[in-house]
Design a protein around this ligand. Structure first.
Ligand code: GLN
Length: 381
């Protein structure tokens, strides 16, 4: 028997894998893991075939196909008015999660403290721990998940290396506002604190609100890694392609890790995305596309006994369940899947301590008929 010490003794299989498997095993409608059940634009998939047939099948340059980096540069400039140099400040990654991992791996050292706002996407904390970092969780609570910046200040020490932000936030659907940005600038001014800003839901923001990317604010962008996802943009989560933006010095460190983690990202899809991105209208229309899904889902859900929390962004709708059950949220979602036929995500999975506020998350990036069938089943709860 070989003995070895686990590097992540407390980490179990991610909740997204657990719930998607449970949904598949019980033939339930899967509103758990966040992914669309409809296809990417046909023009985009056609372009992938085209570039494969054209022989774009060998390694891409390490940081990504140059044309795609240029298109990302144009997109960021178009949306946020900031220029990132395609040569030195943009890297194409194998999805948002790899970008997040790489930014942490490249910067966090043993004993460094990293502030994480919870509920948080489940990759942040284990990745920080893997590199000897200490996670300083800052718990946010329903219904508004507002950040109390005075309390955040108390968490900051000389060992604070990084603050991880995620707006629009998974799982809550809340977004950072102008006041949050002001506070963030004030807190980080004059320090060497880095920001890892997970902005994969940047285009999924509703009711006329604007996404406050770190890229918009020079005092924040100078210290930020910004991670983004083409999966969310093109309904292609399975392609696992995203990108990272950072100032040159930070990006240089990022690339040192990226080159040995994945070396480069699959080539024909990068060409296809670069080609497709010349159509700027596409990403400008995405928020109204998802907003109508949100509104449709919310209006149907009013026929159920679930209490819906606000959703300002992302493709997640959260619902309170305390009045429906005494069970833990993890047990409730299992029963919801096996007895009622709809899978959801328990938000306790997004807290370091497993804090259970009795809130579960539904993904509404689904066809209307899927949402209708799901809500029909949920009315029986
Ligand atoms: N980001 C997606 C979600 O929150 C899933 C990511 C994953 O499965 N790794 O559901």
């Amino acid at each position: 028997m070989i003995h070895f010490k686990s590097k992540l003794p407390k980490t179990a299989t991610t909740i997204f894998t657990v719930m998607s498997k449970l949904a598949a095993d019980h033939n339930a409608i899967n509103l758990s893991q966040g992914f669309p059940d409809y296809d990417a634009p046909a023009e985009l998939t056609g372009l992938v075939s085209k570039y494969m047939e054209q022989g774009k099948n060998q390694y891409a340059p390490m940081a990504g196909v140059p044309l795609l980096r240029e298109r990302v540069c144009e997109k960021v400039q178009d949306l946020y008015g900031t220029y990132y140099d395609p040569e030195t400040e943009i890297t194409i990654t194998a999805g948002g999660t790899q970008a997040i991992f790489t930014a942490i791996a490249a910067t966090v050292q043993a004993g460094d403290e990293v502030i994480v706002f919870e509920p948080a996407y489940d990759s942040y904390a284990p990745t920080v721990k893997l590199f000897g970092g200490l996670v300083k969780p800052f718990e946010l609570s329903p219904p508004d998940y507002k950040i109390d910046w005075q309390m955040v200040r108390k968490l900051i020490s000389s060992r604070t290396k990084m603050i991880i932000l995620n707006s629009p936030q998974n799982p809550t659907g809340v977004i950072l506002d102008e006041e949050d940005i002001k506070q963030l600038i004030a807190i980080t001014r004059g320090t060497d604190i880095l920001i890892l800003s997970d902005e994969v839901y940047e285009h999924l923001i509703y009711d006329g609100k604007e996404h406050l990317s770190m890229a918009r604010f020079p005092e924040l962008s100078e210290r930020s890694f910004i991670t983004c996802s083409f999966g969310k943009l093109f309904h292609t989560t399975g392609w696992k392609i995203g990108y990272c933006l950072a100032p040159k010095e930070l990006m240089n460190e990022f690339k040192k890790v990226h080159q040995f983690l994945v070396f480069s990202v699959n080539t024909p899809m990068q060409y296809a995305i670069a080609d497709f991105l010349s159509n700027k209208g596409y990403y400008h229309e995405l928020s109204s596309y998802f907003q109508s899904k949100r509104d449709y889902f919310r209006s149907m859900m009013s026929a159920t006994r679930f209490n819906l929390l606000p959703c300002y962004g992302s493709y997640f709708q959260n619902a309170e369940i305390r009045h429906l059950t005494e069970e833990k949220d993890t047990d409730f979602v299992k029963r919801l899947t096996t007895e009622f036929g709809v899978a959801a995500i328990p938000t306790s999975a997004f807290y370091n301590k497993g804090t259970d506020y009795g809130v579960i998350r539904f993904c509404f990036a689904k066809k209307e008929e899927t949402l209708e069938k799901a809500v029909n089943l949920l009315t029986k709860v």
